[in-house]
Ligand binder design. Structure first.
Ligand SMILES: C[S@@+](CC[C@H](N)C(=O)[O-])C[C@H]1O[C@@H](n2cnc3c(N)ncnc32)[C@H](O)[C@@H]1O
Length: 213
């Protein structure tokens, strides 16, 4: 934990480009503003960034061993790898994976895996067990099922930090109904500690903090 109390060590609110922004220390990945050493972590481009910016109790203190599901080109997982320990980044689409490999070239704690998060048995031999945190942002149908299948990697008091995109489950349903269904499905495997909608940064998304039962 850093001096701000609520933020993990390695995450700070710093003045960059004339205004206070969430920031981590590392090489920029997509032209984000920096103060030379720290780079801005934009909550409107990152659901985990929004969860932290909103003050959700994500339970991160820095140095966590992490699994990140839905890494895409690395916008968010690069920030995680800036403050966490070993960070395994699962992405199943080859195109963003190419960019993620470039991002990982500057980060010796970031391990990209071209894998399907619905099939954790295909990376269970690479990823550590007893992880401190699983971050999930897959924006696909069956988001609760993905989280449940990957619970196997978490330690007893580990955290799931999950973004749920309502429209990926059902474009026609009321997002609040989708979120209720996802929370209910997750409850088989997880105790939900907190959940909060991520507007205005992310429309029709829910941030969930949970721990294994
Ligand atoms: C919303 S984007 C993630 C953005 C990223 N988390 C960030 O903030 O930088 C969702 C990503 O999840 C990936 N994805 C969806 N289903 C997946 C699966 N079953 N396994 C691995 N990746 C998946 C997609 O290819 C896409 O790149």
């Amino acid at each position: 934990m850093n001096d701000d109390g609520e933020l993990p060590a390695g995450v700070e609110r710093r003045t960059i480009g004339g205004r206070e922004r969430l920031a981590t220390r590392g090489e920029p990945v997509s032209g984000e503003p920096t103060d030379g050493e720290w780079r801005a972590w934009d909550p409107s481009r990152s659901k985990l960034g929004a969860m932290i910016d909103f003050g959700m109790d994500v339970g991160l203190t820095g140095g966590e061993h992490a699994l990140y599901l839905g890494a895409a080109a690395g916008t968010t997982v690069s920030h995680v790898a800036d403050f966490a320990g070993p960070t395994y980044a699962v992405e199943f689409a080859p195109r963003p994976m190419r960019d993620l490999l470039d991002v990982a070239a500057d980060r010796d704690r970031l391990f990209p895996l071209l894998k399907d998060a619905r099939r954790p048995e295909t990376y269970a031999h690479i990823v550590e067990s007893d992880l401190d945190v699983v971050v999930q942002d897959v924006a696909t149908r069956g988001q609760a099922a993905v989280a449940i299948r990957n619970a196997r990697f978490l330690s007893e008091d580990g955290r799931l930090l999950m973004a749920v995109k309502a429209r990926s489950e059902d474009v026609t349903a009321e997002p609040s109904d989708v979120f209720e269904d996802v929370r209910s499905e997750l409850s088989d495997e997880y105790r939900i500690l907190e959940s909060q909608r991520l507007e205005p940064h992310h429309t029709d998304h829910l941030g969930v903090v949970a721990t294994p039962r």
